[in-house]
Design a protein around this ligand. Structure first.
Ligand code: PMV
Length: 320
C-alpha cells in the first residue's frame, strides 16, 4: 500500500425506545445526534499509534478490536477527536468503531466503502469488544437520521440493510421523524455498556419475568412507531415513561438517573422521560413542551443537558 490518508466522522445517537430488548431481537427506534466523533488515519507508519501514543488496548479497546478483526496492512497512525461524553450512553463507542472502520476500509480500498459493509464490520467490532450487542448503535452511526431496527422488514419504511448474528437478524430501516422537542442529559455517572448488557442477560436467562419485560419493551416500541406517525406527543411521553419502568425493573436504572428522570417529569409541560442507552448511569432523554426549562432544571442538578436535535448526517469518509 502506498502513502495514503483517510478521515471519517460518525454521529452519536439516542435511543427513543427499545434499548436492551433490541439485543434479543425486539425492535428499537433511535436517532443520530449532531455531536460526532472524528478519526484520521495515515499509512505507512513506523508504529501503530492513537493520538501519537502507542495503542493502549485497554483505553482504546474498540480501536484495538477493529484492527484485530479488519486490518492486515502493517502499522497505521490514528488520531481521534470527540464531542460525545464517554460512558454517557449516547453512542460514543459505536461512533468510534464506525469512524475507525470507515478509515481502515478507505485506507485499504483507496475509496470509501459501501455503508452496509462498514455497518456490518462496526457491529462485529462492538460485538467482539463487548461480548454481546445489537447492530443498533453502529447502524445509526453509519446511516444518520432516524433508524428503526426490526426483526422483519417493515412496510412503508426505507430498508437500509440486514445484519445477522447467530440465530438473530435485524433489518435496519430509515424513517422520517416529525419535529420532536427532545432533551438529552448526562448524569455524569459512567457505566460500561458491556456490564449492563451482561446484567440483563443474567436476568433474562434465569427468569421468565425478565423475558416478559423484554417483550413488553418490544410492544412499547411498536406503539411508539405508531404514535410518531401521528406526532402524538402525549402518547409518546406515556410510552417513554412505561419503557423507563421496564428498564428500571430490569435493573439498569441508577439512583442518579432516577433523580434526573423525576426532575424532568416535574417540569410543567414534560410529556415523558426515560433513561437512554445501556443505563447503570449515563443519560436520559425527555420529551417536553418547554425543553429549555428542562435543560435548566437538570443543569441546576449538575447534569450536562442539551437539546437532542436529530442530525441527518451519518458516516462521512474522505481519502487522499
Ligand atoms: O449505552 P449505549 O449507547 O452503548 O447503547 C447500548 C444499547 C443496548 O441496547 C443496551 C445494547 C445494544 O448493543 O443494543
Amino acid at each position: 500500500m502506498g502513502s495514503r490518508s483517510a478521515a471519517a466522522s460518525a454521529p452519536g445517537k439516542v435511543i427513543l425506545f427499545g434499548e436492551h430488548a433490541v439485543v434479543y431481537g425486539e425492535p428499537s427506534l433511535s436517532l443520530a445526534l449532531h455531536r460526532r466523533i472524528r478519526v484520521w488515519g495515515d499509512v505507512p507508519a513506523d508504529a501503530t499509534t492513537v493520538n501519537r501514543e502507542a495503542l493502549d488496548e485497554h483505553r482504546f479497546s474498540y480501536i484495538a478490536t477493529a484492527l484485530r478483526l479488519h486490518w492486515r496492512d502493517g502499522h497505521v497512525r490514528l488520531r481521534t477527536e470527540t464531542e460525545l461524553p464517554q460512558g454517557g450512553h449516547v453512542g460514543s463507542s459505536a461512533a468510534l468503531s464506525t469512524a475507525t472502520i470507515g478509515v481502515l476500509f478507505a485506507l485499504q480500498r483507496g475509496t470509501p466503502a459501501p455503508a452496509a459493509d462498514v455497518a456490518r464490520a462496526a457491529f462485529e467490532t462492538e460485538y467482539a469488544t463487548q461480548g454481546a450487542a445489537s447492530p443498533n448503535d453502529t447502524t445509526v452511526a453509519t446511516a444518520g437520521g432516524a433508524v428503526l431496527l426490526s426483526p422483519q422488514r417493515e412496510a412503508g419504511a426505507e430498508h437500509l440493510w440486514r445484519i445477522e448474528k447467530g440465530e438473530r437478524a435485524w433489518n435496519a430501516h430509515r424513517i422520517t421523524l416529525p419535529d420532536l422537542p427532545l432533551v438529552v442529559a448526562h448524569s455524569g455517572v459512567r457505566a460500561r455498556t458491556a456490564d449492563q448488557v451482561a446484567k440483563v442477560k443474567r436476568f433474562v436467562d434465569k427468569n421468565a419475568f425478565g423475558r416478559d419485560l423484554i417483550q413488553e419493551i418490544g410492544a412499547i416500541t411498536r406503539e411508539g412507531v405508531e404514535a410518531l406517525k401521528h406526532r402524538d406527543l402525549v402518547r409518546l411521553g406515556e410510552l417513554m415513561n412505561r419503557n423507563h419502568t421496564c428498564l428500571h425493573t430490569l435493573g439498569v436504572d441508577a439512583p442518579a438517573l432516577t433523580r434526573l428522570v423525576e426532575a424532568a417529569r416535574r417540569v410543567p409541560g414534560t410529556f415523558g422521560a426515560k433513561l437512554t442507552g445501556a443505563g447503570g448511569g449515563g443519560s436520559l432523554i425527555a420529551l417536553a413542551e418547554r425543553p429549555q426549562a428542562v435543560i435548566e432544571a437538570l443543569q441546576r442538578m449538575g447534569a450536562q443537558a442539551f437539546p437532542a436535535e436529530p442530525s441527518p448526517r451519518g458516516l462521512e469518509v474522505s481519502v487522499s
